[in-house]
Design a protein around this ligand. Structure first.
Ligand code: DGL
Length: 268
């Protein structure tokens, strides 16, 4: 057993969205301690420049490393798209990112290798999903679409609302015209739209939830490195945020699927 097995997994995101990844981790790995960082004061990242995101990402990774995490999970697709290498270069512990996990999920799901990817403008412009998928499957054809309105719609709680449905139909029209058989949900917020999106894309298209894919990859890595927590006591969950904005608790709990407690505010 690795001496750091009882240490927490560090998970980070631009805001509360990464709690979808925490939720998937809690379900898949119920005995792991988790420390989460959400940059609620500076969210959204999805429309910011690469330089700014790289700077914020470095700050957050260093904060979590100081908490003695045994593993870093980049839950934010936007950070993973443009700053994953920066985290890998500075981290003494293993780093997993949602894009790599989502890419692996897409490859194992798609039979026709016709894959759609949706995400924030920064994620889509970076082409990171296409690069990651091509690394595993050079023949795959990738069709990407930025869906900037989805993040505010999800935060508004309009998960099954005519406006969201219409927006999804509009965004997905060009991607669906390419006969995709798989659609990667390349943003922390999109798992909450799964039922609506499945309806819009139809039963012939399979959705890849990058949060679930991430939890699977984390479980595999912990097993492979003999780093799973051997304790069978209730785990410790800690949440760090840079601001507590209006409706934080409600929105956070919607993402996490349970009560959000043990929240600390970090002032930078
Ligand atoms: N967490 C971001 C992502 O997964 C979405 C929210 C944002 O734009 O910061 O891309």
């Amino acid at each position: 057993m690795n001496p750091s097995s009882g240490n927490p997994i560090g998970v980070f995101d631009s805001g509360v969205g990464g709690l979808t990844v925490v939720r998937a981790l809690m379900e898949r790995l119920p005995f792991e301690n988790i420390v989460y960082f959400g940059d609620t004061a500076r969210v959204p990242y999805g429309v910011k420049s690469v330089e700014t995101i790289a700077h914020y990402t470095t700050q957050i990774a260093e904060f979590l490393l100081a908490k003695d995490v045994k593993l870093l999970v980049v839950a934010c697709n936007t950070m993973a798209a443009v700053a994953s290498q920066i985290v890998k270069d500075l981290s003494p512990v293993p780093v997993l990112d949602v894009i790599d996990a989502g890419a692996l999920g897409a490859i194992s799901t798609s039979t026709k290798k016709q894959v759609g990817v949706i995400g924030t403008p920064t994620t889509i412009n970076s082409n990171a999903y296409a690069r990651a998928i091509h690394q595993y499957e050079p023949e795959a054809r990738i069709f990407s679409q930025a869906c900037p309105l989805f993040v505010p719609l999800v935060e508004e709680g309009w998960l099954d609302h005519p406006v969201t449905r219409l927006t999804a139909q509009e965004y997905l029209k060009p991607v669906l015209a390419q006969n995709i058989d798989t659609l990667v949900l390349g943003c922390t917020h999109y798992p909450l739209l799964k039922p609506l999106l499945q309806d819009v894309v139809g039963s012939g298209v399979r959705l890849v939830d990058s949060a679930e894919a991430m939890a699977e990859e984390t479980a595999a890595l912990l097993a492979e490195m003999n780093m799973a927590n051997p304790q069978r006591t209730p785990p410790r969950y800690e949440f760090y945020v840079t601001d507590v904005p209006l409706r934080f608790q409600t929105i956070g709990e919607r993402f996490l699927g349970r009560t959000l407690s043990n929240v600390h505010v970090v002032k930078w």
